[in-house]
Write a protein that binds this ligand. Sequence first.
Ligand code: MG
Ligand code: MG
Length: 255
Amino acid sequence: MIELKTEAEIAKMRAAGRLVASILDELRPMVRAGVNLLDIEHRTRELIAAGGGVSCYWDYAPSFGNGPFRNVICLSLNDAVLHGLPHDAVVRDGDLLSLDLAVSLDGWVGDSAISVIAGTPRAEDQRLIRATEEALAAGIAAARPGARLGDVSAAIAEVAGAYGYTPNDEFGGHGVGRTMHEDGLAVPNIGRRGRGYPLRPGLTFAVEPWFAAGTSRIVYDPDGWTIRSADGSRTAHSEHTIAITPDGAQVLTAL
Ligand code: MG
Ligand code: MG
């Protein structure tokens, strides 16, 4: 069931989204050579608590994954791209880390992800991150009242294709509201223009392009959570939660 949100509800989602954005903004400079992923996890716990929020990941137990998630942020390093389980690992110079965070505030959720390079960047990694950020912007620009979800998906895939990357269609965006994953709305990173659910004011969902440099295929770690590129190539991920308004899409997870 797809629920349209009122302006007051969207304002609450914006507050949750702003908290998520401010936390990611604080975490970004932590991504340096020598930091342990668990340090980032623990700092995130402090920041969520300080902001009065509740983690959407803690105890999250979808059909995949081995048991409930016992962390508050997804940290996906290098060839890992989604649902990376924070663990005892030290970031090295040149590593590429994706940080994906969903927090509930006063009963409403914001969900956003950024990809960051620690220290000395490799040009190909900068290009990969740029592609996901441009695809995110293109997807958001296509999310207008009267358009369809397929327009958003196609805009993302077109940017990927222009860079020579092939999106995976197993994991993409989703409805967001009172919960991190609302039923009924899926926003794949591949699609056809003019197809899919019609967009109208009050719809709220996450747009989240992620690409691997060399493949669209994925593999799972034995932990059942961490998803990696099947060929070991590096990956990047960018995400915002947006609301459809009469004037177009509004990013809710912005500072
Ligand atoms: Mg997310
Ligand atoms: Mg998401």
